[in-house]
Design a protein around this ligand. Sequence first.
Ligand code: 5RP
Length: 220
Amino acid sequence: MSEAKRLAAEKAMDHVEDGMIVGVGTGSTVAYFIEALGRDPGRIKGAVSSSEQSTERLKAHGIEILDLNSAGELSLYVDGADECDPHKRLIKGGGAALTREKIIAEASQRFICIIDPSKQVDVLGKFPLPVEVIPMARSLVAREILAMTGGQPVFRMNAQDKAVITDNGNVILDIHHLAILDPVAVEAAINQIPGVVSVGLFARRPADVVIVGGEPPRVL
Ligand code: 5RP
């Protein structure tokens, strides 16, 4: 799938204009986008980054990192997704960067989502839904989500069996076995639980354009 990811990322360059500040997401598809931006780093004014991982990659390609508070509203945000439905609603957060990704998506006029074809689904929820949680609320939030959705919350651990800690110092619950028939309602309901920082459902603010990598890429 990496070739499809690369093709989607290259196609997103059609939306990049000279002098822009570009919002940049996180993940392996975005890594190709950063690579493409890096071919002419002076073309854009800089990037607002959604994670430490992307910040490192952007800096390595000579792209200046700007603070969202100073940048203001962005005209373009480019990011990947773990799942995408026909309404361009997404599950994101496989890379644990969902909160900053959500902030940048909200701050952007246009959100271009770059995916390979395996990410397209009819109904969201096969990919476990990531929820970023304040550490002391982990068990409370897990119980409430189980009662509310019937989904099975799993505390995200890394390969060393240690809790995954987000760039914001929080933990992640991945909610398994969901079929999310009303993504806007589920997003709102999970957001209401005290201790939830954000949920990786991008339904209230979906993508504006989805680029599915292939030969040629499909623009939805
Ligand atoms: C990170 C994300 C990523 O966009 C998502 O996990 C897709 O990643 P990849 O491009 O590596 O398949 O939401 O938090």
